[in-house]
Write a new protein. Structure first.
Length: 311
């Protein structure tokens, strides 16, 4: 059954009310539902750098500009953004209008379950094979049924005793609706075993879990059943980076997290993520984030600590 436009507006207004209720301050709140988050950000134009996991994000209010890999995306209320693999992300909140400078960016987000997508895809064969570019992100206007499913999921937070039974059903519905929508064929290429994009996604998962280890590209290529030259070419096509460049970014983002949240100093953070030279670490950190690690983390720590208290 199609939801009329006025119905979608009402659903989105209810989502706004719930997000504002659960995030009285700015920040990203991990809810009692595993993998489900609510987000509230101020329009301060500040760039936020994170290394995001595969995610489904629904914008409830406001506009955002994100650079994921080397691709730029601008999206707003009513748009659904899906990241299919772990990727470095830089984003900033854009003003809604000159008349609403204080209006916050609101969103709900859910971890993308690639195994669930693969299972659902096997149950519903594709109408046509995806022939678009091998991108790691898909942005589209959200299906009204997806918006309604997110509302049911956030409403479940008021019934914690129902979460173990009902949350998996709503999460499955969201994945099913996305697979049946305009982003569906793209999702299949990312999540179905045997596709080139899925092979690269599996390699990235391994890199994310083993970023401290010395990297041998030929061994990683063998792990995902690809020839080294083919693997290198497709890895760069998907991520816009070589495997070694990608590993370096993983190390830098993890070192930043260790300094912000685990009280590591610069030297300890560098060695903890696999660097042998703190001088090299500082040089590459500055190139990646625009400032030396000590200055960068000193600027960010008060905000990050405030948000961590809300998580």
């Amino acid at each position: 059954m199609n939801v009329p436009a006025t119905g979608v507006d009402r659903i989105n207004e209810q989502l706004k009310e719930q997000v504002l209720r659960w995030t009285p301050e700015t920040g990203r709140l991990q809810t009692a539902i595993d993998g489900f988050m609510v987000v509230r950000r101020a329009q301060n134009n500040e760039v936020v750098n994170i290394f995001d996991i595969p995610l489904i994000g629904l914008t409830v209010q406001g506009f955002k500009h994100s650079v994921i890999g080397s691709q730029s995306y601008q999206y707003g209320e009513g748009h659904c953004l899906i990241t299919g693999i772990d990727m470095p992300t830089s984003s900033r909140i854009l003003p809604v209008s000159p008349d609403s400078p204080g209006e916050h960016f609101l969103a709900v987000a859910l971890h993308l379950d690639r195994e669930l997508i693969a299972q659902l895809a096997a149950e519903t064969p594709p109408v046509q094979r995806y022939s678009g570019p091998h991108k790691v992100v898909a942005v589209a206007e959200a299906d009204p049924k997806v918006v309604a499913a997110f509302l049911r999921l956030i409403n479940l937070l008021d019934e914690p005793e129902e979460i173990p039974v009902m949350a998996p059903l709503f999460i499955r519905e969201i994945h099913h609706r996305l697979l049946a929508g305009p982003q569906g064929e793209w999702l299949r290429t990312v999540c179905t075993n045997g596709t080139r994009t899925n092979q690269i996604a599996r390699a990235i998962t391994w890199l994310r879990e083993n970023y401290k280890e010395p990297l041998r590209v030929d061994v990683l290529a063998q792990m995902v059943n690809m020839a080294t030259s083919t693997f290198h070419r497709h890895f760069k096509e998907v991520t816009d980076r070589s495997p070694l460049q990608f590993q370096k970014q993983l190390r830098l983002y993890e070192a930043k997290r260790l300094m912000l949240f685990d009280s590591h100093d610069v030297n300890n953070a560098a060695y903890a993520v696999g660097y042998e030279s703190s001088t090299q670490f500082i040089r590459e950190y500055k190139r990646e984030f625009g400032a030396p690690p000590r200055r960068d983390t000193s600027r960010l720590r008060p905000q990050m600590e405030a948000e961590a208290l809300q998580a």
